[in-house]
Design a protein around this ligand. Structure first.
Ligand SMILES: Cc1cc2nc3c(=O)[nH]c(=O)nc-3n(C[C@H](O)[C@H](O)[C@H](O)COP(=O)(O)OP(=O)(O)OC[C@H]3O[C@@H](n4cnc5c(N)ncnc54)[C@H](O)[C@@H]3O)c2cc1C
Length: 505
C-alpha cells in the first residue's frame, strides 16, 4: 500500500546549505527532478554556509589525506567513508572552478596539524582574496553561497523557502518514502521516488541536545540560529544510529544576549598580541596562541572539570586586553558570521559593545575582571602582572608562548570579555556510510534515507584543516545524490559499515 502524498519528485533535499545545494546540483546534473525545502525565508537566509569564511579543504594525495583524516578522527569513523571523502575532495577544486570561475580560489593554508601522518596530502583554498581574514570587505562564505545559488538558479530544482521539514514517513517495510513539511499553505507530504536527503545542519542552537551530548555546558556557536538539530530528531524517529554527538569544531568564542534574550555567538580575534586568558578563578591555564591563530586546539583546554569545586573552571574563561587592542579593530571578525547576514552590526572601534557591557571595562585589571563577573578578580590582576613581568624581563613563558607574542597588557583602560567553549558547528548526527546512506543501530542502511554535511559529518576528534566542513558538506552532498539516484541497486550495495572499535587507536 502506498502512503498518501501531496507532491512527488525523484529526490527531496531538506536544508539549503552547501550540502543541500551540492546534492540538488548533482541530482539535477543527472537529470533528476528535485524539490529542495528550506526552513528559513529567502530574504532572511542565514545558513552556516552563508555565514562561513568560505574556506575549502582540498586533497592533493588521496592515500596521504586518508591517513591524515583517519588520525584526526581518533577511531570514531571507519576508513571507507574517510577514503570516499578524500577521493571526492581531490576533485572539488576543478568542480568549483567550473561551476563558479569568479570565486577565484587561492591556496591559503595546509593541514592544521602538519606533523600528523599524511598531512602533506591536504590543502586549504579560499575564494575572494587570501587576505580575507584581515579584510572585512571580502566575504568569501557569502560569495560561495551566492555561487551555489546562481548555479541552482540555472537548473529546474524547485526551491521551497519558509518550509521547515518535520517528520519522515516510512512504509510498512521501513523504507523512507516521504517527508511532512510545514509550508506557508499548511502541511504537505512530499514523496521522493529515490529517497530523502537530510542536510539540515547541526544542533548549535538546541540547548537540550547540547546539554546532553556535548562535553561541557554551556557551549555556544557563532552560526545560524536555525540549526536546531531538526534532522537528528527526524532521523532518530526512523531508527537512525547517532555518532560522535560529543564532538565539535571548537575554540573559545564570545556569546552575548540580545535585547530579546536570545543568544548570539561571535567569532572573535584575540590578536594582535597583548592578550591573556584566565579561568573563572583568575588563573592562566594554557598557551593562548592556537586561539590567536584561529585554530582549534585551545578548545580542548577548556573542557577540564574540577570535581572538588563541582564546576568547569574554564567555562567561561576570561580574555584580558588593553586600550591598544580595543583600538586595533573590531574584536569580532566582520567578514563572516552574524555581521555578514545582518543579524548584528559590530562597531568598528568596539565602542558600542563596551557601552552595552558586552566588553567589561576598568581602570585596572582588577576592575575589568570584577565588571566581567570573574570569581577572583585579585587573582586575575596577579596573573596579568606575572604575565607582564615575563614580557618585560624576557623570561620564558610558563605556558610556552612564543617570544614575539609576549606583549605587555599595559595601556589603560583595561578590558575583559568572557569566552565560552563552542565554535562554528557541531558535527554529530545520524551515522552514515561512504555512500551517504543513513545507518540504523545495527549498521544497516535505512532504505531511502541519506544525509550530508554538518548533520553527522564524516569527522571525529580533531578538526583536520581550514575548510574541512564545507568540503565535507559538498562532497557528501554529491555522493548522497549519486547513491540515491542509483537506488535500484541500493539494497544490493555491500554492507561496508565497520565496527568503529576495530579502528580505534
Ligand atoms: C561564522 C562561520 C564561519 C565558518 N567558516 C567556515 C569555513 O571557512 N570553512 C568551512 O569549511 N567551514 C566553515 N564553517 C562551518 C561551515 O559553514 C558549516 O559546517 C557548513 O556550511 C555546513 O553546511 P551544511 O549544508 O551542512 O549546513 P548549513 O549551511 O547550516 O545549512 C543547513 C540548512 O538547513 C536548514 N534547515 C534546518 N532545519 C531545517 C528543517 N527542519 N527543514 C528545512 N530546512 C532546515 C537551515 O535553515 C540551513 O539553511 C563556518 C561556520 C560559521 C558559523
Amino acid at each position: 500500500m502506498t502512503a498518501r502524498f501531496d507532491e512527488e519528485a525523484d529526490l527531496i533535499v531538506v536544508g539549503f546549505g552547501a550540502a543541500g545545494a551540492a546534492t540538488a546540483l548533482r541530482a539535477s546534473e543527472r537529470g533528476a527532478s528535485v524539490i529542495l525545502v528550506e526552513k528559513q525565508a529567502e530574504d532572511r537566509h542565514t545558513s552556516n554556509t552563508r555565514m562561513s569564511g568560505g574556506l575549502l579543504m582540498t586533497v592533493n594525495d588521496v592515500d596521504a589525506a586518508t591517513e591524515y583524516l583517519k588520525f584526526c578522527c581518533g577511531g570514531m569513523v571507519p576508513d571507507a567513508p574517510l577514503r570516499a571523502l578524500a577521493e571526492r575532495a581531490s576533485t572539488l577544486k576543478p568542480w568549483l572552478e567550473e561551476l563558479a570561475p569568479n570565486l577565484g580560489l587561492k591556496r591559503v593554508n595546509g593541514a592544521e596539524h602538519p606533523d600528523f601522518p599524511g598531512a602533506h596530502g591536504i590543502d586549504a583554498y579560499q575564494g575572494g582574496n587570501p587576505r580575507v581574514r584581515i579584510d572585512p570587505a571580502v566575504k568569501s562564505g557569502l560569495m560561495l553561497d551566492d555561487a551555489l545559488k546562481s548555479a541552482l538558479a540555472k537548473t529546474k530544482v524547485d526551491i521551497r523557502w519558509s518550509s521547515p521539514a518535520q517528520r519522515l514517513v516510512r512504509d510498512e517495510g521501513g523504507h523512507v518514502r516521504s517527508i511532512i513539511v510545514e509550508t506557508p499553505i499548511g502541511p504537505r507530504t512530499l514523496r521522493g521516488r529515490n529517497g530523502i536527503v537530510l542536510t539540515t545542519g547541526g544542533f548549535e542552537y538546541d540547548e537540550a541536545a547540547k546539554l546532553n551530548y556535548l562535553r561541557t555546558y554551556p557551549m555556544y556557536y557563532y552560526g545560524s540560529p536555525a540549526n536546531t538539530g531538526d534532522g537528528i530528531r527526524m532521523a532518530q524517529e526512523v531508527g537512525a544510529d547517532l555518532w560522535h554527538m560529543n564532538q565539535s569544531v571548537g575554540r573559545g568564542i564570545a556569546n552575548f544576549k540580545l535585547k530579546d534574550g536570545s543568544d548570539l555567538g561571535f567569532f572573535i580575534s584575540i590578536n594582535p598580541p597583548g592578550y591573556v586568558i584566565t579561568d573563572r578563578f583568575g588563573r592562566r591555564f594554557a598557551n593562548e596562541e592556537s586561539q590567536a591563530k584561529l585554530q582549534h586546539s585551545f578548545y580542548f583546554d577548556l573542557l577540564v572539570f574540577d570535581p572538588d569545586r563541582g564546576v568547569y573552571p574554564r567555562v567561561p574563561c576570561y580574555w584580558f586586553f588593553d586600550e591598544t587592542r580595543r583600538k586595533a579593530g573590531p574584536l569580532a571578525n566582520l567578514n563572516l558570521g552574524a555581521h555578514v547576514v545582518g543579524l548584528y552590526e559590530w562597531s568598528s572601534d568596539n565602542s558600542q559593545e563596551v557601552e552595552s557591557g558586552w566588553i567589561a571595562k576598568g581602570n585596572t585589571i582588577f576592575e575589568a575582571a570584577k565588571a566581567a563577573g570573574l570569581d577572583d578578580p585579585e587573582a586575575a590582576a596577579r596573573s596579568v602582572e606575572d604575565y607582564n613581568a615575563t614580557c618585560r624581563n624576557g623570561a620564558a613563558d610558563p605556558f610556552g608562548r612564543a617570544k614575539e607574542t609576549l606583549v605587555p597588557i599595559a595601556a589603560p583602560p583595561y578590558y575583559c570579555v568572557k569566552l565560552w567553549p563552542g565554535g562554528s558547528n557541531t558535527t554529530g548526527g545520524p551515522r552514515r556510510d561512504e555512500h551517504a546512506r543513513v545507518l540504523n543501530a545495527f549498521g544497516a542502511p535505512i532504505p531511502g534515507l541519506f544525509a550530508a554535511g554538518e548533520l553527522g559529518q564524516v569527522s571525529g576528534l580533531i578538526y583536520p584543516a581550514d575548510g574541512f566542513n564545507l568540503t565535507e558538506a559538498i562532497c557528501y552532498g554529491q555522493i548522497a545524490a549519486e547513491t540515491a539516484l542509483s537506488n535500484r541497486k541500493l539494497e544490493a550495495l555491500p554492507g561496508t559499515h565497520e565496527d568503529p572499535r576495530a579502528t580505534a587507536r
